[in-house]
Design a protein around this ligand. Structure first.
Ligand code: HPA
Length: 271
């Protein structure tokens, strides 16, 4: 596992990835943002021995290194998921690769179902905290002390100061941004209406199948995290209609411009 990370670091260094201070993980239907980076260089996951490749439609499976606002950014265009069958420790590879390249701030994004009844498809939610009901944890197994301690603190995984600054920036720039708790379930089934009622009772505002493992790994190794969920659908049972990945991708496409404006703001004025 460590060898795989070092292999990725070498490949990315060769295209200037070691200049990157900002990391970007782009969720379902949101990967196109990486195309807006200047002077793009690509490293396919399939060219890194030992790296997994996501089979989920809408994920491009590559690192993109590029510049924006005079800063070097390394983006994962497509991420791996627990439901694809990987142990969660595998989901740490990307973040740990970024850490060794020098990344200090990470933006994690995802498509999520709206649990909070005040939300609607298209709502952008700043993640204030998470609840891990995935059944796994990426830090189970050997602890690599070079990345962090065995029993990491989780009281501020979505950096409080950056959240406060971002809310102010969003307001100033006329971007509507809710703030709420993201609940991770394993997937790949969408949740049942009963599970969503439970999610609401225990304090979740959005539900999804990603982000939490990467965030835990980033917090473990001292990378500051900002998390953004795009609510692509109301969660199961809220509306009298079935959920589908097609709906998720369609809403993501419609909201792409607003999402990009928010990410631009984060890269330009926050990170
Ligand atoms: N549940 C879980 N994951 C999701 C959803 C959902 O409703 N929408 C997008 N990703």
């Amino acid at each position: 596992m460590i060898e795989t990370i070092y292999r990725a670091v070498e490949k990315l260094k060769a295209v200037g990835g070691d200049k990157a201070t900002i990391g970007l993980i782009l969720g379902s239907g949101l990967g196109d943002y990486a195309e807006t980076l200047d002077n793009k260089r690509f490293v396919n996951y399939s060219d890194i021995e030992g790296y997994p490749v996501s089979e989920v439609h809408g994920h491009k499976n590559r690192f993109v290194v590029g510049e924006k606002y005079g800063k070097t950014v390394i983006a994962m265009q497509g991420r791996f998921h627990y439901y694809e069958g990987y142990p969660q420790s595998v989901l740490s590879l990307g973040v740990r690769t970024m850490k060794l390249l020098g990344v200090q701030n990470l933006l994690v994004t995802n498509a999520a179902g709206g649990v909070n009844l005040g939300y609607k498809p298209g709502t952008l939610m700043l993640i204030s905290d998470h609840i891990n009901l995935s059944g796994g944890n990426p830090l189970i197994g050997k602890n690599y002390d070079e990345f962090g301690v065995r029993f990491p603190d989780q009281s501020n995984v979505y950096d409080k100061k950056l959240r406060a600054e971002l809310k102010e920036l969003a307001t100033k720039n006329g971007i509507e941004l809710e703030e709420g708790v993201y609940l991770m379930m394993s997937g790949p089934c969408y949740e049942t209406p009963a599970e969503i009622r439970m999610a609401r009772i225990i304090g979740a505002d959005a539900v999804g199948m990603s982000t939490v493992p990467e965030t835990m790994c980033a917090a473990h190794c001292g990378i500051k995290v900002v998390g953004i969920s795009l609510i692509t659908n109301m969660a199961a049972g809220v509306l009298d209609q079935p959920l589908s990945h097609t709906e998720v991708n369609e809403t993501a496409a419609i909201a792409a411009e607003r999402f990009a404006a928010l990410v631009d703001l984060i890269l330009k004025d926050l990170f």
